[in-house]
Design a protein around this ligand. Structure first.
Ligand SMILES: [Zn+2]
Length: 74
């Protein structure tokens, strides 16, 4: 798809690292599938991926995790 930020680049599929902070909890997700703009580097997450990350974050908050590094699996 065309990048919405720079309106110039095309995005391509790749993997990114996402850091989520929620209260006292910090989560680092590796290998999250995303679309990345070849021009400006803007990263786009699909909405179901985004929802999956938030669910895992909520779960970690419930478990009282301070920091956790996870490999994302869709
Ligand atoms: Zn761009």
């Amino acid at each position: 798809m065309k990048c919405a930020i720079c309106q110039n680049g095309e995005t391509s599929s790749g993997f990114i690292t996402v850091v989520l902070e929620k209260g006292e909890t910090t989560l680092l997700f590796k290998k999250v599938p995303a679309q990345i703009c070849e021009n400006c580097g803007e990263e786009y997450l699909a909405s179901d991926i985004n929802r999956g990350l938030l669910e895992k974050a909520n779960d970690a908050v419930k478990r009282g995790i301070d920091f956790e590094m996870l490999r994302f699996a869709a």
